[in-house]
Design a protein around this ligand. Structure first.
Ligand code: ARG
Ligand code: GLU
Length: 719
């Protein structure tokens, strides 16, 4: 009987463990520790987060604000994804030194490559400051005033909270404004490129395999943090020395098996797990399809050129990958929302919510929440769509328009902030132009322009189109702009910014690309943005109240975690396969044999280098293989999102077993709705990473820095 109870208890825990969640590392003790241990975790939550002594958090910095990384040696060696270091690898590449195609390895520290604008940020401490931030806020009735007061409190507190001179205080909101945490952080600015496999390993399968399991990508790259002589952050200097971390991750050579405990520790960017069904419907059926269609066109054009011309391929590789990434994710998301019946599930939960509101006698506070959502989401729909069209067309995918928009902002600066602000912005813009034009091809962009303007004029909400775009011949327009705009070249763009303020304004106002963007931006900023912002403010307030209600009316069994907000989180689960559709089961581990199955000689996505083929033929796997087979990737039930790329996957003891880099196709809706039967995160097996460094690249200098451990073998020995 006792045994049965235990079994039942375990079962309950198991179900919970599969519910996902991204948890705050400083609050695991009450919330998660028991469950983590029941899943097999052998360390204490204090080993994960502690401020008085070193802990895992000291090895896990945010990588340039968008990815995660981990320190894996006492000399500040840093591991992250290939796609996270992609911009850096690309920027050191040229036709002569094509590190994307060939890989890059520093066999001596002197050969490591410095990077402009690359930083990593460690968390020193996390403090709950909700009370201080919300002080005096409830007394205010108006939403805008409340927000202003909150901002004031935040800035006072950020300035006064104790910290060292080289540190920073950052305050972030959790649960949509229901909780605030302060982070004391340390940011290192000298981070150098140490190693990257060739694209044929680091990006094997490229966009075809992106967001897909089974996967065979060695998505990793290596950097090193440098510090000043006192081990503190410092700008790049050749006198800087390798950073000595408070903690670095030991690496397990024992591998993983299905049902092993795993934990992913990193900086998930943004999720929306508590949206009402009406919002999910809008995303899945209106906004995602529009964005997908726009990017479809832009990507097709770029792809056509990239396949023919290697210089263009290098110029556009990074931009293409980042545009393609969400283009594909949105497709998976919309599919997943349908497949998992997310909207129906949420509607059902909303019915229950409404009942609970009545039961708790809270109609006055929460009774109209759902109908208000309905009303405001319907009102915001055309504005949200127009906004996506503007963002995707002008700001993101047509580069000439995006640079022209910067000139438009410059002009605005003069009228809103005055002459000095104008001059500062002008200098800034001028200095940034080189980087932009280095990777700009007007031939590619002209074609993109034509395709996207056709969509813009026919599919974005008509009522907001500027008159300049009514009844026009898009082909003529693009010909005119790309043959006459000075903004199509670096020289021309610099020329436009030369002279006194009056001259500059008069010159840019004669430029056809500028004139077009001005009309588009004017109409967007007058007709769309104000209404969008006003409605969005209302929706944000509703969402905060809805979150509050869910926290308040929460029944014990549903544990509510705060949406991702680019702060450090813990997610945990198990190594697990899944059933994508009836009759098909996906194993949780892939092997190098699968690389050869996918191999297409000469193909830009599925080529395999002769060196890797050789190693595979000879089964030359060092001591990284498992029963003669070389593991490549594995999946688990950890709830991750964008930003978790590069996050360490840890075993029960806190040793590194893998590197998170993706999610499975059927589960990309987990940002909105986590379905435990379909959602899996994808990790590179750390043994594959080691194999590539050691056997493929022969960079034993790096292997020697690492601490390799055998937690499973040791356990057996002890028994
Ligand atoms: N889907 C992964 C993420 O969201 C990997 C993206 C990089 N890979 C690519 N083929 N674009 O970042
Ligand atoms: N590849 C993603 C990133 O860059 C992580 C995968 C995901 O979104 O889950 O952060």
């Amino acid at each position: 009987m006792k045994f049965l109870k235990l079994l039942l208890l375990l079962f309950v825990f198991q179900i919970h463990a599969q519910q996902g969640g991204m948890w705050i590392p400083s609050l695991l003790e009450g919330m998660n520790e028991k469950e983590m241990k029941s899943l097999g975790m052998k360390m204490s939550v204090k080993d994960i987060y502690e401020t008085n002594k070193s802990s895992l958090k000291d090895a896990v910095p945010h990588f340039n604000g968008g990815c995660t990384s981990e320190v894996i040696s006492p000399k500040g060696l840093l591991l992250t994804n290939h796609h996270c270091g992609y911009g850096q690898i690309q920027s050191h590449s040229s036709n002569e030194h094509d590190y994307l195609a060939d890989g890059f390895w520093a066999f001596k520290m002197e050969d490591e490559l410095p990077n402009k604008d690359l930083v990593v940020t460690f968390i020193v401490k996390i403090e709950d400051v909700t009370q201080q931030v919300l002080e005096g806020v409830n007394a205010l009735s108006n939403e805008a005033e409340k927000q202003k007061k909150i901002q004031e409190n935040i800035s006072t507190l950020s300035n006064s909270f104790p910290k060292e001179a080289w540190q920073e205080n950052k305050i972030r909101t959790f649960y949509d404004g229901n909780q605030y945490l302060l982070f004391v952080t340390e940011t290192f600015q000298d981070v150098r490129l140490v190693g990257a496999p060739p694209t044929s390993i680091g990006k094997f399968g490229s966009d075809t395999d992106n967001w897909v399991w089974p996967r065979h990508t060695g998505d990793f790259s290596l950097f090193r943090i440098y510090a000043d002589k006192n081990n503190r952050p410092a700008a790049y200097s050749k006198d800087n020395v390798p950073y000595t971390p408070k903690h670095f991750l030991p690496i397990s050579l024992d591998g993983i098996a299905e049902d092993d405990f795993t934990m992913v520790f990193g900086y998930p960017g943004k999720t929306n797990e508590y949206l009402p069904s009406v919002a999910i419907n809008q995303i899945a059926n209106e906004l995602n399809p529009a964005r997908i269609e726009i990017r479809d066109q832009a990507l097709k054009v770029a792809d056509g050129f990239m396949r023919k011309d290697n210089a263009i391929k290098i110029q556009y590789a990074s931009k293409y990958a980042s545009t393609a990434n969400y283009w594909k994710k949105w497709q998976g998301e919309t599919l997943g929302i349908k497949k998992s019946n997310a909207i129906a599930v949420k509607k059902e939960a909303e019915k229950k919510f409404q009942e609970n509101v009545i039961k708790a006698n809270k109609q006055k506070e929460y009774g109209t929440l759902l109908s208000d959502f309905e009303k405001y989401y319907n009102e915001i729909a055309p504005y949200a769509l127009a906004r996506d069209y503007f963002n995707e067309t002008v700001l993101r995918n047509t580069e000439l328009l995006s640079v022209a928009f910067k000139f438009y902002q410059l002009e605005q600066m003069l009228s809103t902030k005055g002459e000095q602000a104008f001059t500062d912005r002008k200098n800034n813009l001028y200095n940034g132009l080189g980087d932009f034009y280095k990777d700009f091809s007007p031939i590619v962009d002209e074609k993109v322009f034509e395709q996207l303007l056709v969509l813009y004029t026919t599919k974005s909400p008509k009522q907001f189109l500027p008159s300049s775009l009514n009844n026009i011949d898009v082909h003529q327009l693009s010909k005119n702009i790309y043959s006459n705009s000075k903004l199509t070249s670096y020289v021309g763009a610099k020329e436009l910014l030369t002279g006194d303020t009056k001259t500059i304004l008069s010159k840019i106002n004669q430029d056809p690309a500028f004139v077009l963007v001005k009309s588009m931006a004017d109409s967007f900023l007058k007709e769309v943005a104000p209404s969008y912002d006003a409605l969005n403010l209302k929706i944000t307030a509703l969402q905060r109240n809805y979150m509050k209600a869910q926290l308040e009316l929460n029944t014990k069994e549903s544990r509510i975690f705060p949406d991702a907000n680019s702060t450090l989180r813990v997610t945990y689960g198990k190594v697990k396969g899944y059933e994508p559709r009836d009759g098909v089961y996906y194993n949780p581990v892939t092997y190098l044999d699968g690389v050869m199955e996918k191999y297409i000689p000469g193909d830009y996505e599925f080529d395999v280098s002769s060196k890797l083929i050789e190693l595979i033929k000879n089964k030359d796997y060092g001591n990284y293989a498992e029963k003669g087979k070389m593991p490549v990737c594995f999946i688990g039930t950890n709830h991750t999102t964008g930003g978790n790329s590069g996050s360490p996957a840890l075993d029960a003891y806190g040793n590194l077993i893998g590197l998170n880099f993706d999610r499975v196709w059927e589960g990309t809706m987990s940002d909105i709705y986590y379905d435990p039967s379909l959602c899996r995160n994808i990790m590179v097996d750390i043994r594959y990473v080691l194999f590539v460094i050691d056997k493929y690249a022969n960079a034993q200098n790096l292997i020697e820095e690492l601490q390799l451990v055998h937690p499973k073998k040791n356990k057996k020995n002890k028994k």
